[in-house]
Design a protein around this ligand. Structure first.
Ligand code: SF4
Length: 315
């Protein structure tokens, strides 16, 4: 069983869209300032983090006030700012994983040398009218395909417990497996429970039963056995009962979960003991998986550092 010791940097909560389930977005926060980047990076090193999860909403760089701030601070566009923050994390010995929503192949190729891996949830193949156009399935599928063509080690997954049914969950997993079958970009998939946060206007729907979780995991094992399955344990309280089918617990941090702030993680020891209780050993991994730690998937800037970590006993 793996996990990643991580810390999160939110480049901005500002987002041009208004998805009904969102408890993340803001209107006029602006970009993360340099001193805050330094503070988080220093705290990350002290806390022993290796992964810097760098995130934003969808295309904040299209918002006029963000464009103005980028110009004022000397950045050509939002991607240049994201690359700058990632480079600062790399200098500090961290491994940046980026998640900025849907990106084009050209944008992904631009960021590839700066990020060791990237991700975006598919969430579901079933569209809902109260979602941003950028979050519709067609756009997400195009973004995951683009990551495959750009050779970016990628994390994706589905969202559960927000009103979908089991048929739709299994269909979404099949679509992810088909995308992976074409390009091999997926290193893990999340089965992530939806949590209604402050600001979410969407009530939580019924959760998958344990049997439904097992059916999803069994189905994924048949479709893409080489791609790890993650269930974030701070979001799904029944994670211990699902350990048999799981490979990974995702990012675990002492700092808050920036997307689900009311759901802090326990200390790593808590997860280690629970895993040991069912005969599983918890091992730290990087945001890029061993399956993608190759010259095909990693820019030379990352390859040696990642290989060194694996040789030293990590995953
Ligand atoms: S869910 Fe994402 S795209 Fe939708 S409003 Fe929130 S940050 Fe924006």
């Amino acid at each position: 069983m793996t996990y990643s010791r991580s810390v999160t940097l939110v480049l901005t909560h500002d987002c041009p869209w208004h998805c009904a389930y969102c408890g993340f977005r803001s209107e006029h926060e602006g970009l993360l300032c340099e001193s805050e980047v330094e503070r988080i990076v220093t705290e990350a090193r002290k806390g022993g983090a290796r992964e810097a999860l760098i995130i934003s909403g969808e295309r904040p760089g299209t918002m006029p006030h963000i464009r103005d701030e980028l110009a004022r601070r000397g950045y050509w566009d939002f991607w240049e700012f994201a690359a700058h923050v990632a480079d600062r994390c790399r200098e500090a010995g961290l491994f940046p994983h980026g998640n900025f929503g849907r990106m084009t192949e050209e944008e992904l190729r631009r960021l590839r040398p700066h990020f060791v891996s990237m991700g975006m949830m598919l969430e579901s193949v079933t569209d809902h009218p109260h979602m941003a156009p950028e979050k519709k399935a067609a756009g997400r599928i195009a973004g995951i395909e683009a990551a495959g063509r750009a050779k970016v080690p990628f994390t994706s997954g589905i969202l559960v417990g927000w009103g979908e049914n089991q048929v739709s969950r299994l269909r979404s997993l099949r679509v992810l497996a088909d995308l992976h079958g074409q390009h091999g970009q997926l290193q893990e998939i999340l089965i992530q429970r939806y949590v209604a946060n402050e600001g979410s206007k969407w009530p939580a729907g019924s959760l998958p039963t344990l049997e439904e979780y097992e059916e999803m995991m069994d189905s994924w094992r048949e479709l893409a056995p080489e791609v790890a399955i993650q269930i974030p344990p701070n979001l799904e309280s029944r994670w211990v009962e699902l350990l048999d089918g799981l490979d990974d617990l995702g990012g675990i941090s002492w700092a808050k979960d920036e997307v689900n702030p009311a759901r802090p993680w326990e200390r790593v020891e808590h997860y280690r003991e629970a895993c040991a209780g069912v005969g599983r050993r918890l091992v730290e991994r990087l945001p890029v998986y061993e399956t993608h730690a190759t010259a095909e998937w990693l820019d030379p800037v990352w390859l040696e550092r990642v290989e060194r970590f694996i040789l030293e006993g990590g995953r």
